[in-house]
Design a protein around this ligand. Structure first.
Ligand code: ADP
Ligand code: MG
Length: 398
């Protein structure tokens, strides 16, 4: 079911409380990557231009005790946001209380304030993360409308998403959340075919449910990355020192059986003797991996096979790198695959999910070349599994 967004409601003079994802990486009190702030600007500007009175909520890192609060304040984020908006962002260094309420009542149309890190409420009784009833109700009481634009936490029911939504009349999605619903939710529900799913990355055990779901939904499922070696083992190959999960071999066999030919595996691999960026590389057939070598990347024949499938696709869902992309020598498969998808962008809609996969394509400079790069790691995995995420479920239906 389609969800209401900020475009569907009247925001003029409304007090709008919006949950954003400003969980930016910090180093020595400085923001080291402001992508998440930039990503939220569209929703923020829209609400302000419509005459909304905006209250922003976000978490930053994990806060479990008083000590964790040091270095977890959102104050630097408020400052950076003000620079982007070119207007004052009032920062209230509290999550509730008189100062908060006063600042809210002083808000005029088109003005914005930010409260302190929602997880400061976790120090006593994990009120934010355990969706404390009273806390959600309190935040809801500050505003007329709730906007959820934090996809990264949509797989969790916290006070700052589900809690607020259950105590306020109107809850809608911001532009970022809307995009995730459109590209992941709608694609899983009703894909343009052929749909090719590409599942790589580290572990079969992390992705069992995604593989199962995509076997249901996709026309082909390419299994790649370190995960592939457990499947090669299941096929009866010796994979040397490659990363495998021996206790998942039976599961791999079961999935191969379930797939009825939908699963696409590689034929050759790039190996190394050590898990080291400088380690010499060799190209081996998967049937000829020496017992003192490990698979680090896909081989050239395998990459060609993948191209054959994606060239015919209308939609590609890609989760998980093809190799150890953190080492440039072993990033070629992942990079070559990304490049091919960019070349095909007029005919193939590519959706990228997963923290490392997103990091890889951004690192290669393809940030703006895909239909969608999901902003949530854990959340995008759960969404790809076909789960209804609490942070999306709590938004009003159209
Ligand atoms: P995502 O975050 O996109 O869901 P994962 O977390 O599942 O992806 O996997 C990413 C990791 O998988 C990367 O750190 C990468 O180095 C690793 N990886 C990929 N291929 C291999 C391989 N052949 N051997 C060891 N690690 C690999
Ligand atoms: Mg990861």
């Amino acid at each position: 079911m389609a969800k209401k967004t900020i475009l569907d409601i009247d925001l003029k003079s409304k007090k709008v409380i919006m949950r954003v994802d400003f969980n930016v990486p910090m180093k020595d009190g400085e923001i080291s990557d402001e992508n998440r702030i930039v990503a939220a600007l569209d929703s923020i500007r829209y609400i302000l231009n419509q005459g909304g009175k905006l209250i922003l909520l976000s978490h930053l890192g994990r806060v479990e005790n008083e000590d964790d609060k040091k270095g977890s304040s959102l104050a630097p984020v408020a400052k950076r946001l003000a620079e982007h908006l070119n207007q004052t962002v009032t920062f209230v260094p509290f999550t509730r209380g008189k100062e908060v309420e006063e600042a809210v009542s002083n808000l005029n149309e088109g003005q914005v304030l930010m409260l302190e890190n929602t997880r400061f409420e976790d120090v006593v009784g994990k009120k934010e993360s355990k969706n404390n009833e009273e806390l959600g109700k309190y935040w809801a009481s500050l505003a007329d409308v709730f906007v959820n634009d934090a996809f990264g936490t949509a797989h969790r029911a916290h006070a700052s998403n589900v809690g607020i939504a259950s105590h306020i009349e109107t809850s809608v999605a911001g532009f970022l959340l809307e995009r995730e619903i459109k590209f992941i939710g709608d694609t899983i529900a009703n894909p343009e075919r052929p749909l090719v799913a590409v599942l790589g990355g580290a572990k079969v055990s992390d992705k069992i449910n995604v593989i199962k779901k995509l076997l249901e939904v996709a026309d082909y499922v390419i299994i790649t990355g370190a995960m592939a070696y457990t499947f090669y083992l299941a096929e009866g190959y010796d994979v040397g020192l490659s990363k495998v999960e021996k206790d998942k071999v039976d599961l791999a066999l079961e999935l191969l059986d379930l797939a009825k030919g939908k699963i696409v595996l590689g034929t050759d691999v790039v190996t190394a003797k050590d898990f080291d960026p400088e380690s010499e590389k060799n190209i081996r057939l998967k049937s000829e991996i020496p017992n003192d070598e490990m698979g680090m990347d896909v081989g050239p024949e395998t990459l060609k096979t993948y191209f054959f499938y994606i060239e015919k696709a209308k939609t590609v869902i890609w989760n998980g790198p093809l190799g150890v992309f953190e080492f440039p020598r072993f990033a070629e498969g992942t990079k070559g695959f990304a490049k091919k998808l960019v070349e095909l962008k007029d005919s193939v809609t590519t959706i990228i999910g997963g923290g490392d996969s997103a990091a890889a394509v951004i690192q290669f400079g393809y940030e703006n070349d895909f239909a969608h790069i999901s902003t949530g790691g854990g959340a995008s995995l759960e969404y790809l599994e076909g789960k209804l995420l609490p942070g999306i479920a709590c938004v009003d239906d159209k």
